[in-house]
Design a protein around this ligand. Structure first.
Ligand code: ADP
Ligand code: MG
Length: 248
C-alpha cells in the first residue's frame, strides 16, 4: 500500500526485565479498515496496545502517527492527537449518569473546537446507549458497561480506536451487537484495532489480522488467509476453521 499509514510501528520491542514481551514487531494501520490482534494469553497483545498508547516506553523501535514519530509522547497528548483506547475493564464514574460519563470524554478529547453536546449524543447513539443515557453508571450490566467504555473513547473524537477485548464476558447477542457497533464506528472513518478471542467475530468484522505469539508477529493478513496459516493454527487456533471462523 502506498498511502501513508495512519498508524505504523517498526521494530517495536519491549523488554520487562528478562522477558521480551514484544519482539521487533511491525504493523501498519490504514484509513477505513478494521484490524484484529489475536494470539494466546500472554502473547503481548495488551502490551502492544500499552506501547502504542504511550502507557509504556518502547525498549526499541518507533511508532508513527500520520507519518510523525509519536514514541515517547505521553498518553494524554496522544488522546489529543486522536488515538483513543477502550479498556478491557471499564471503570466509569459510578455516581454519575451514562450521558455525563460520555460527556467527560467529549470534554477531554482531541483538542480544537467541538460541540460537546452534539459529540456526546453522537457517541451515545453510535453505541446504542441513548435509551439509558440518564441511568446511573454504577451497576450497569456488563454489556452496557462495555458500550459505555467504547462511547467514552468515541466521544474524544479519535482517528484510531484501540479496543482490548470489548466482548470478553459478553453473550453471543451482546457480542454481535458490539461488532455491529464497531462496524458503524469504522463507517464513520475511524480506524478500529481490536483484540478479541471470539474468532467468529474477528473473522466477520476484521479486514486484516495481526497474530502474536510470545511477543513475535507470526502472521498478518486478511482473515481468510490467517485462519488457514498452519503456524497460526498450531500456535492459537488449535483446529482449522471454516471461512466463517467456525470450527471445521
Ligand atoms: P496478552 O494481552 O496477549 O494476554 P500481555 O501483553 O498482557 O499479554 O502480556 C505479555 C507478557 O508480558 C506476559 O508474559 C506478561 O506477564 C508480561 N507483562 C505484561 N505487562 C507487564 C509488566 N508491566 N511488567 C512485567 N511483565 C509484564
Ligand atoms: Mg490482554
Amino acid at each position: 500500500m502506498s498511502a501513508t499509514p495512519i498508524l505504523a510501528g517498526r521494530g517495536i520491542t519491549k523488554n520487562f526485565r528478562g522477558l521480551t514481551a514484544i519482539d521487533t514487531v511491525d504493523f501498519e494501520l490504514h484509513q477505513g479498515r478494521i484490524y484484529g490482534l489475536i494470539g494466546p494469553n500472554g502473547a503481548g497483545k495488551s502490551t502492544l496496545f500499552n506501547l502504542v498508547t504511550g502507557y509504556y516506553p518502547l525498549s526499541s523501535g518507533e511508532i508513527r502517527f500520520e507519518g510523525k514519530r509519536i514514541d515517547g509522547v505521553p498518553t494524554y497528548r496522544l488522546n489529543q492527537m486522536g488515538i483513543a483506547r477502550a479498556f478491557q475493564i471499564s471503570k466509569p464514574f459510578p455516581a454519575i449518569t451514562v450521558r455525563e460519563n460520555v460527556r467527560i470524554g467529549a470534554l477531554y478529547g482531541v483538542s480544537g473546537p467541538r460541540d460537546v453536546d452534539a459529540v456526546t449524543e453522537e457517541a451515545l447513539a453510535l453505541t446504542g446507549l441513548t435509551g439509558i443515557a440518564e441511568r446511573m453508571s454504577g451497576g450497569l450490566p456488563v454489556g452496557n458497561l462495555r458500550k459505555l467504555e467504547i462511547a467514552r473513547a468515541l466521544a474524544t473524537r479519535p482517528k484510531v480506536l484501540l479496543a482490548d477485548e470489548p466482548c470478553a464476558g459478553l453473550n453471543p447477542t451482546e457480542t454481535s451487537d458490539m461488532m455491529e457497533c464497531l462496524r458503524s464506528i469504522s463507517r464513520r472513518g475511524i480506524v478500529v484495532w481490536l483484540v478479541e478471542h471470539d474468532m467468529r467475530a474477528v473473522v466477520q468484522v476484521c479486514d486484516w489480522i495481526y497474530v502474536l505469539e510470545a511477543g513475535v508477529k507470526i502472521a498478518a493478513g486478511p482473515p481468510q488467509e490467517v485462519i488457514r496459516n498452519p503456524r497460526v493454527i498450531e500456535a492459537y487456533l488449535g483446529t482449522p476453521m471454516t471461512e466463517n471462523g467456525e470450527e471445521a
